[in-house]
Write a protein that binds this ligand. Structure first.
Ligand SMILES: [Zn+2]
Length: 375
């Protein structure tokens, strides 16, 4: 019997719910993956992340290869042991962050050479090295190494880049080899162009992967353009494998993506915004920095069961944020991750019940109310 699998339980329109099974645990889909960039979800203990309902974390190959180094993590027992998270971990390939963070990049058919944004040291990342690093880390879901052009890009640039990524996808597949219990995902590219996305999907299907990501979106094209692409891109990928939309997003982006057939997503937004005094609730975004909260004894969200909402007032959250206290980021990150996981659970339940249309209408109507009236 295979050690990993993806089983669809229900469909509602194009939305799907199911379970990815790995030796380290099950991932309920649609799934939201909190981002643990440097082997930590900033401000959260792993058991707290789990308590919000997360089944899987995302780790960043680019950051971990530079500091503390993949070989060191391997010597210390692998990423799960190193960061004290024993459930599934997905690692990205490093390709996207090399392009967005590093300096003095040089891109060739072989791969990318670059200087570290940490200390200026010189590194090379190729499909083969990316597979090696992700193996050293012990990642459960490994991403193929790809190149992602910033949008807008002209058609020639998009085409050349996509075809290079498909050659790298084959090299990633070859280098990954046969690793029972671990999954390798290919990444579809092609910008917003339907025919390029179709060509990319065909190339990936011919190589054969355990799951398929949609890359190159959420890079500044806007929600309307992204949804336009998601109206066709998921349908170009195999029906019976997980589909992962990389780097998305805001709650409304997530609901729209699930509606269009996406099974997995990741984003730094809930944790990053928690550290900048921003909270997400069913009624939209709340800025705890705002002076209107200074005398407000009410919880951030009276229906939320997270520690920030059950034990503290808006006035307290406002105070600790304005005072630069660490607990501000900790509580707001916990709340935001809790809200995101509640949103995913709500969507999984609605898909199973066949009520996703009503769920989405309620989601939008509640957001339209805006935050509670000021006191
Ligand atoms: Zn809360």
């Amino acid at each position: 019997m295979a050690l990993t699998s993806f089983d669809l339980k229900a469909r509602d329109g194009r939305a799907r719910t199911g379970v990815i099974t790995t030796p380290r645990g099950e991932i309920r889909t649609p799934a939201f993956m909190p981002v643990g960039t440097a082997a930590t979800v900033k401000g959260m203990l792993p058991e707290s992340v789990r308590a919000t309902g997360a089944d899987i974390l995302l780790g960043n190959t680019y950051h971990l290869m530079l500091r503390p180094g993949a070989e060191r993590v391997a010597r210390l027992g692998g990423l799960h042991k190193f960061m004290n998270w024993d459930r599934p971990i997905l690692t990205d390939s490093g390709g996207f962050q090399v392009m967005s963070l590093s300096e003095l990049r040089k891109l060739t058919e072989k791969g990318v050479t670059f200087r570290s944004h940490v200390d200026g040291s010189k590194h090379e990342l190729t499909p083969e090295r990316s597979m090696e690093i992700q193996k050293l880390l012990g990642s459960d879901i490994v991403m193929a190494f790809d190149e992602c052009p910033a949008l807008p890009a002209d058609r020639k640039r998009l085409t050349d880049s996509m075809r290079l990524s498909m050659r790298w996808a084959q090299r990633s597949r070859d280098a990954f080899g046969d690793r029972p219990g671990h999954m390798l995902f290919g990444i579809q590219q092609g910008g917003l162009e339907e025919d390029l996305r179709a060509e990319s999907a065909e190339a990936l299907k011919n190589i054969g992967f355990d799951g398929y990501a949609i890359g190159g979106l959420a890079v500044g094209e806007g929600q309307e353009a992204m949804f336009g692409c998601l109206d066709f891109a998921p349908g170009q990928l195999p029906e019976d494998k997980p589909r992962y939309l990389m780097g998305v997003g805001k709650p409304e982006d997530i609901v729209g993506a699930v509606k269009r057939g996406i099974d997995m997503m990741d984003c730094v937004l809930p944790s990053r915004s928690g550290r900048t005094g921003q909270a997400w609730t069913p009624r939209g975004q709340v800025n705890l920095k705002n002076a209107r909260h200074a005398d407000d004894p009410r919880p951030l969200d009276e229906n939320c069961t997270c520690p920030a909402c059950t034990s503290y007032s808006r006035a307290y959250l406002h105070h600790v944020y304005r005072s630069g206290e660490m607990i501000a980021g900790m509580l707001l990150t916990w709340h935001n991750l809790h809200y995101y996981q509640q949103l995913m659970q709500g969507m999984r339940d609605a898909i199973e019940a066949g009520t996703f249309v009503a769920f989405e209408a309620d989601f939008q109507a509640t957001r339209a109310l805006g935050d509670i009236e000021r006191l």
